[in-house]
Write a protein that binds this ligand. Structure first.
Ligand SMILES: *Cc1c(COP(=O)(O)O)cnc(C)c1O
Length: 423
């Protein structure tokens, strides 16, 4: 028993499946204390979209810290915050024609979700929120109340109220049923569902099993929200920052959410930072009404600004993500082939394999770890093998990871897949 087991709480989780001590990392590779190499198909659950210790952000951070500049300033004005906001407006919002105010809640995803829910209720004067089956929005009480997973919900210890769960796209086998259910719940005054302040949605369900909503479904959802005076909140904490191929995951659907939650990779370097974006007319907050000590951490602004400058100046990065996504999806399809009922789920570099036997994904992930590859599972029963390589991963490293994954899947399922190693 080491100190992690004797002193650290039972609540710890990732360190149980990956029971080693990670010491160094670079790009898509981590090393443990004994120098053993692990290829990273996990990327800090999406907080390391640009890989570990990206040299561009690392240099910006070291220069900043050595210059004697401000580290902690609550939400006071600093040049670091100015540069982040300028870059965010010029490189992200303006080119996409998005007019959002930027709020810095506490530096975690769940804090961004809490701010979004509060603001939607305050603005509309309604109390009810609609969320979706298998949604994950964070672990504080408001976020849990819109999260599907029963184990996580039970941790709240109190009833989670003022929300209803609606079927996400693809929840039923009949692909038209879900949106009709939602429409009916909103249209029918006898549905028993109170008029919602907002509907909160992930375009790809990161933790809940990698279901990806189709474009027409997202368009219908957006239109339904407008029709019923409900705000549309997109939780882009995991699927945003390029993960699905574009900076925001909803760009492909051509919708403009009223509120957007961002965190995980927005600092570009794995430092804590979160944003809540909303249409200017929603900005009815009173000063300090959603306050917090660490709202806008200067080192995170510095690395975040550098990441935007380096990766999002033109569309080269998006093209590279598209190439890697094709490679990943092709590889995953070949690995899934040969397993009755196994299907590829997800979008962009947030993709994986659903296995009908819920034990399979967990066993494949464990086998991958023993072969030096970090992959996690997703879904209410961990039934989906989830890959999330860095967006910056090389084609060769991606192939190498897929080779390991294919071998692990063969070893666990005993069935041959059609996967052909490239080299
Ligand atoms: C990770 C995540 C959150 C919660 O973010 P934390 O920083 O862990 O609080 C919320 N929503 C989605 C979609 C996430 O992936």
């Amino acid at each position: 028993m080491d100190i992690f087991e004797t002193l650290e709480s039972e609540v710890r989780s990732y360190c149980r499946s990956w029971d080693t001590v990670f010491e160094r990392a670079s790009g898509s590779v981590l090393y443990n204390e004994d120098g053993m190499e692990y290829l990273d198909f996990f990327s800090g659950a999406g907080a390391l979209n640009y890989g570990h210790n990206n040299p561009i952000m690392l240099k910006a951070l070291i220069d900043y810290l050595q210059s004697g500049a401000i580290t902690m300033s609550l939400d006071m004005k600093t040049p670091a915050k100015r540069r982040f906001l300028e870059n965010f407006r010029e490189l992200i919002l303006a080119p996409r024609g998005l007019d959002y105010k930027v709020m810095f809640p506490g530096p975690t995803g769940t804090n961004s979700v809490e701010a979004a829910l509060k603001l939607a209720r305050k603005y509309t004067g309604r109390h009810h929120i609609l969320s979706f089956t298998n949604a994950f929005h964070g672990m504080t009480l408001g976020s849990l109340s819109v999260t599907g997973n029963s184990m996580k919900r039970a941790g709240a210890g109190i009833p989670l109220t003022n929300t209803s769960s609606m079927p996400y796209d693809g929840y039923f086998s009949d692909r038209t049923a879900e949106i009709s259910w939602l429409r009916q719940a909103l249209d029918d005054t006898g549905s028993g569902v109170d008029k919602p302040a907002a509907v909160i949605v992930e375009t790809v369900q990161g933790e809940g099993g990698l279901r990806a909503a189709r474009v027409p479904w997202l368009k219908d959802l957006s239109a339904l929200c407008r029709e019923h005076g409900a705000l549309l909140i997109v939780d882009d904490i995991q699927a945003g920052c390029g993960r699905t191929g574009t900076f925001f995951s909803f760009e492909e659907a051509g919708i403009t959410p009223d509120i957007v939650c961002l965190s995980k990779s927005i600092s570009g370097f794995g430092l804590p930072l979160a944003l809540t974006l909303f249409s200017p007319e929603l900005d009815i907050w009173k000063p300090g009404e959603h306050n917090g000590t660490f709202r806008g951490h200067n080192p995170a602004f510095v690395t975040g600004a550098a990441a935007l400058e380096h990766f999002w100046r033109d569309d080269e990065f998006e093209k590279q993500i598209a190439r890697r996504s094709r490679q990943l999806h092709e590889g995953l399809s070949q690995i899934a082939a040969g397993n009755e009922g196994a299907v590829v789920r997800g979008r962009g570099l947030l993709a994986g394999i659903y296995y009908p036997d819920p034990a399979t994904a967990h066993r494949v992930a464990a086998e991958c770890f023993s072969k030096g590859l970090l992959v996690e599972t997703s879904g209410p029963q961990d039934e989906v093998l989830k890959t999330m390589p860095a967006l910056t991963i090389s084609a060769a490293r991606l192939s190498r990871g897929l080779d390991i994954l294919a071998a692990a899947a063969r070893a666990v399922t005993g069935s041959p897949n059609t996967y052909q190693p490239v080299a």
